[in-house]
Design a binder for this molecule. Structure first.
Ligand code: GAR
Length: 203
């Protein structure tokens, strides 16, 4: 049966497009993106979704209390019978209400090798810290910032001549690759979570 994905974003939407491309190409098998939701008016990702004829909705978060906003988003995802929620540049913490509505069914992509450099401008943080490797992480989402068990990571060497832009671009390429891989793994149910450890299983 086709698995229904919901994508949440706040901005550009390149990770959403990478997921959509993977669905279209069959790299994420038996799946469709049923709805894309943004908390920000004018997020380019919403236009990108509409251009692909994917249902796309803006639910403005400004001025709303966290759980009140999340209740609206969860209701929309449930309306679309979403089974797996993918955060793709979604710049909001989820409330316990949201997390409980999709247990182990919410993924996030973050542009660092967590637990290093959570939060904003992670690529800049890595450069300024002097890290020799940067990278990206796909993890399950809980109510804490950029936390939750890690599903996949990819490392990217930091070059002496890197700028924030050049490093971000190389990391982004890896983000697009591992996000699809992680979604495929989770949809296939071929993993188990023991404490914080996510390991692959055969079935
Ligand atoms: C990506 O680099 C993603 O990893 C990051 O925002 C960017 C969104 O780009 N997410 C976070 O920092 C979440 N903590 P996109 O809109 O082109 O996918």
């Amino acid at each position: 049966m086709t698995k229904r994905l919901g994508v949440l974003l706040s901005g550009r939407g390149s990770n959403f497009e990478a997921l959509a491309d993977s669905v279209d190409a069959g790299r994420i098998p038996d799946a469709e993106i049923s709805v894309v939701v943004s908390n920000r008016e004018g997020a380019p990702g919403i236009e990108r979704a509409r251009a692909r004829n994917i249902a796309a909705r803006v639910i403005p978060s400004k001025g709303l209390e966290r759980e009140a906003f999340d209740r609206q988003v969860v209701a929309l995802l449930q309306e679309h019978r979403v089974e797996l929620v993918c955060l793709a540049g979604y710049m909001r913490l989820l409330s316990p209400y949201f997390v409980a509505a999709f247990p182990n069914r919410i993924l996030n992509i973050h542009p660092s090798l967590l637990p290093a450099f959570p939060g904003l401008e992670s690529q800049k943080q890595a450069l300024e810290y002097g890290a020799k490797f940067a990278g990206c992480t796909v993890h399950f989402v809980d109510e804490n910032l950029d936390a939750g068990p890690i599903i996949l990571q990819a490392a990217v060497p930091v070059r002496d001549d890197d700028t924030e832009a050049s490093l971000s671009q190389r990391i982004l390429r890896e983000e697009h690759r591992i996000y699809s891989e992680a979604v495929t793994l989770v949809l296939a149910g071929k993993f188990k979570i023991t404490g914080r450890r996510v390991t692959r299983t055969e079935t």
